[in-house]
Ligand binder design. Structure first.
Ligand code: MLT
Length: 274
């Protein structure tokens, strides 16, 4: 893997990978994960500048005690792009990273050349889910992140996930600081309903992927996003639960490469401005 880099932007020290040259692709990981979720894709996608940060409070990035919101994660990413001199990017988010991607689009639309969302939903939390977030927050405050790790790991991966995927997931979860986990749970609990916003995504080239065995994201939720976004392509990644980049990396890399190649097809629209 590349040697991780560090930058202080938007008042927080972020760790990130930045590899290759070409139009930028920004990878945004999900809850209790970090940039290494995208390790195989970051390694493989030659011809693109692959930027994969740890969100604030996760991985090796700084974990302030409070102040976590989707808008803050999105502004961190915009500030990181500024610091790296990247004007526009393909934006690729998984699960909570998808929620961040929607918020980034809402706030920094002009910087997004194309969108990739994996295993995320547009709906806000239901009352039941909000209460389960509160329960998790209490458990983590009392007993640390171990209180969640085993339970969530079992829910994230398909039953037949490889030993390698299990080990990598455990490593990411073990690196998650309490303040960042609590903050992310609060930010997810309080995030807006993105459903009304979907219509405004318009003709932005969009790829939507979900693991064949994802039990965390209802497939109907991803289909609803596809229905609302005219330019979206929807696909199911076989042999995968909630974390396709980790569970079926080759397939995700191939689909991403195909999508990215399409953005560079002859005579791309001037609007794409990769
Ligand atoms: C994630 O993987 O980021 C989370 O499962 C998202 C969520 O809990 O809503």
């Amino acid at each position: 893997m590349p040697v991780p880099k560090h930058l202080t932007v938007n008042g927080v020290r972020l760790t990130y990978d930045d590899l290759g040259e070409g139009p930028a692709v920004l990878f945004v990981h999900g809850f209790m994960l970090d940039r290494t979720l995208w390790r195989d894709q970051v390694r493989a996608l030659d011809g693109w500048r692959r930027i994969a940060p740890d969100l604030r409070g996760m991985g090796r990035s700084e974990a302030p005690e409070r102040g976590y919101r989707m808008s803050v994660y999105a502004d961190d990413l915009a500030a990181l792009l500024d610091a790296l001199d990247v004007e526009r990017t393909v934006l690729c988010g998984l699960s909570m990273g998808g929620y961040v991607a929607f918020e980034f689009l809402r706030r920094h639309r002009e910087r997004v050349a194309a969108l990739v969302v994996l295993d995320a939903r547009a709906e806000a939390d239901t009352a039941e889910r909000r209460s389960s977030r509160n329960d998790m927050i209490a458990r983590v405050r009392d007993g640390g992140t171990d209180a969640l790790t085993a339970e969530l790991a079992a829910k994230f991966l398909a039953e037949n996930a490889s030993a390698n995927a299990r080990r990598r997931l455990a490593d990411m979860m073990d690196r998650s600081p309490v303040a960042g986990v609590v903050g992310a749970l609060e930010a997810m609990r309080d995030r807006p309903d993105d459903t009304p916003f979907l219509g405004s995504i318009g003709e932005l080239p969009t790829l939507l992927l979900i693991g064949s065995d994802d039990t965390r994201t209802p497939r109907a939720s991803m289909r609803a996003i596809a229905d609302a976004v005219p330019a979206a392509t929807f696909g199911v990644v076989p042999r995968s639960g909630h974390l396709p980049p980790l569970e079926n990396p080759a397939e995700v890399t191939d689909r991403l490469r195909h999508f990215l190649d399409g953005l560079r097809a002859p005579e791309p629209s001037a609007d794409l401005r990769l």
